[in-house]
Design a protein around this ligand. Structure first.
Ligand SMILES: [Zn+2]
Length: 168
């Protein structure tokens, strides 16, 4: 079962929780459902609830520090909107700008979405060495955007319009 996205009272994405945890927060009146799976309901003895995709805390939670966005391949593909950084066509792979064989890291600033053809063509070379300039520079998403990036693509596309989409 997919996790539920938790928004702060200020509507800023805060974290994800399990569906069970989300339901507990709702039943304790600590959160409200902002967006639910269409047509799905949870029914138990005295419970009839929409299945929440996004809940919002009723009280504002102060976040003590800015978390760094955890890097992930899926996050890079979503950040780059599945567009190849070299040709702009549909990307299904993640390319290391500076190859790992040359010390390149698994990081937001060193990885871009790439089509399989360009990834293969670039091989273990930098864009300069391969003569393949980047169409855009990779960037580090904000922690709030990164929270959205942890959702599956399907869930991401189902999010309501008012919830900010990750910048691209
Ligand atoms: Zn390409």
């Amino acid at each position: 079962m997919r996790d539920t996205l938790v928004l702060n009272a200020s509507f800023e994405p805060l974290s994800t929780v399990t569906l069970n945890r989300a339901v507990v927060l709702i039943l304790q009146d600590k959160a409200v459902v902002e967006h639910a799976h269409p047509g799905l309901r949870m029914r138990a003895a005295d419970l009839d609830l929409p299945v929440p995709r996004v809940i919002r805390l009723c009280r504002y939670v102060r976040v003590p520090f800015r978390r760094r966005a955890p890097w992930s391949r899926r996050g890079v593909l979503v950040r780059d909107r599945h567009r190849c950084a070299y040709c702009g066509r549909r990307a299904t792979t993640v390319d290391h700008v500076v190859p790992r064989s040359q010390g390149g890291a698994d990081s937001w600033l060193n990885t871009v979405a790439s089509c399989a053809l360009d990834n293969h063509r670039k091989a273990d070379r930098t864009p300069e060495q391969a003569g393949m300039p980047l169409l855009r520079e990779p960037f580090e998403p904000t922690p709030a955007d990164a929270m959205l990036l942890t959702l599956g693509r399907e869930d991401l596309e189902a999010l309501p319009d008012w919830l900010a989409q990750p910048a691209a």
